[in-house]
Design a protein around this ligand. Structure first.
Ligand code: PHE
Length: 470
């Protein structure tokens, strides 16, 4: 997957709709192969959902007031993508473009799980669930309930593993474990372990299962990574490599016309003809732009459904999560409408820091999105206080929130395909001289890697066609 390059040089004019990660990747790769690219970007700057907010930024919103971001120096908030798995092509672009990366703490046993009104360290929630599951399975094995499935050797080996997995006692009971943590930390003295766990029934009723399996997916691999100084380093790197002068911002596309020998694109304020077009706008936005590519294309573009997503960055004048909670990066999982709280994985021990006070999707994101920025902040603080106590509301210096479904020209966090059907495969192929690209055309929706892979596929197909044509 790494070190991609189109083979053989060519020439030709390409108009790229959208200067998000897909559009920039397409321009970058086509540029390396000799194409003359122009990017049309409706928003004020390149990057799309790869948006990092800093002090001095202004964020406008559809049907809502604009926010002036007043974070202090060095503070930033990745309002869009914020973590990269090690296997993702995104890291290859970081390497190629010389963008320094650092570890993103995705799983932190010392962060919390907050469910059914109770707050426990996520390590403790895991220890209890693993402990009781191991106990049940070990006892069933020991009683011979699984004899049809297990040989005598299997049984012994399984019991040996389950004892480790659950930290079980000699009678295969889970009676708690120092894995849960300590009421008094060990040091010169042995320390005092946390009190005994709840019963199996209580642990199940607490409903921690969802929270502790949240990062089990391959996409949520640990460790994960982030560019130093903000995710938009990827945008800056690509824009520099592509050439800022190739990007026309404030250019909202109003028509796409396929011609016998090219494509004509009209935008508010101009018009241009190119040999090919790569359209990387979100499908629901693209579907509304008049074109002559035919009804099946329109129908296909209308198939994916936008999903709301929102986040708030809370800047604190004191890193209380490190000082008092001993949480260095990572995520607290909750069953509240804020869903997650993210602690920064960089600038540890600095004077200030930005905590992500909510990161939610779907109905919860819409709920917060419908509030004013001030009410989002108030609600996020009320919820977070249930976990962290009064200090969560003290020392807040400023806040900035995003509701992606209310971002002009984007209108969604990402999309969901009701079914991956012929619409998906239709748009993975060109329609006349128009190619489509974006995370929405991959099985890596809501990842920059999806946008990049899709862009690579589109430009590969385009380039092969150019090389083949006389
Ligand atoms: N990439 C986004 C994230 O890391 C959204 C996402 C979450 C996508 C989980 C897939 C799985 O939060």
């Amino acid at each position: 997957a790494s070190d991609f390059s189109l083979q053989g040089r060519a020439a030709g004019k390409v108009v790229i709709l959208g200067a998000g990660v897909a559009g920039l990747t397409a321009a970058y790769e086509l540029g390396k192969a000799g194409y003359d690219c122009t990017l049309l970007e409706a928003r004020g700057k390149a990057g799309g959902r790869n948006l990092t907010l800093r002090g001095g930024d202004r964020l406008t919103e559809l049907n809502g007031p604009a926010q002036q971001v007043t974070f202090g120096e060095r503070a930033y908030f990745n309002a869009g993508p914020a973590r990269i798995a090690p296997w993702m092509v995104t890291l290859d672009y970081c390497r190629e473009l010389g963008i320094p990366i650092e570890t993103f703490v995705n799983r932190n046993a010392h962060a919390y799980v907050h469910t059914s009104g109770q707050t426990v360290r996520s390590g403790a929630a895991r220890a209890d669930m693993y402990g009781y599951v191991a106990e049940l399975l070990a006892k069933a094995t020991d009683l011979g309930a699984l004899d049809k499935k297990l040989t005598r050797d299997d049984r012994e080996r399984l019991l040996e593993f389950l004892t480790r997995f659950g930290d079980l006692g000699p009678k295969l009971d889970y009676e708690g474990s120092s894995r849960r943590g300590y009421a008094e930390l060990p040091g010169l003295d042995a320390g005092a372990p946390l009190g005994a766990p709840g019963t199996l029934s209580q642990v199940l009723a607490a409903g921690t299962g969802r929270a502790i399996t949240n990062d089990f997916g391959y996409e949520q691999a640990t460790p994960m990574f982030q560019p130093v100084g903000g995710m938009d380093a990827i945008v800056t790197g690509l824009v520099e490599a592509v050439g800022a002068d190739r990007i026309r911002t404030g250019a909202q596309v109003t028509q796409i016309t396929s011609l016998a020998d090219g494509v004509e694109v009209t935008w508010r304020g101009g018009r241009m003809k190119a040999d090919y077009c790569v359209a990387t706008l979100p499908p629901h936005v693209l579907a509304k732009i008049p074109h002559n590519l035919g009804e099946p294309v329109t129908a296909a573009l209308r198939t994916p459904v936008p999903v709301a997503a929102g986040k708030i960055g809370l800047e604190y004048g004191r890193r209380w999560w490190e000082i008092e909670d001993r949480i260095y990066g990572g995520i607290t999982e909750t069953d509240l409408d804020i869903t997650h709280i993210w602690y920064p994985s960089h600038d540890y021990h600095a004077a200030r820091g930005v905590v992500v006070g909510y990161y939610n999707t779907g109905a919860e994101a819409e709920l917060y999105g419908a509030l004013t920025p001030e009410d989002r902040r108030r609600r996020a603080l009320t919820q977070g206080k249930k976990i962290h106590g009064e200090k969560y509301r003290a020392d807040v210096l400023s806040a900035a929130s995003i509701a992606w479904e209310r971002q002009e020209h984007i209108q969604g966090g990402w999309v969901r395909w009701p079914v991956i059907d012929s619409s998906f495969t239709l748009l993975q192929r060109p329609s006349a001289r128009v190619y489509f690209a974006g995370d929405w055309l991959t099985h890596l929706i809501a990842w920059q890697a999806g946008a990049m892979q899709s862009a690579r596929s589109a430009v590969t197909q385009l380039h092969q066609r150019v090389l083949r044509s006389p």
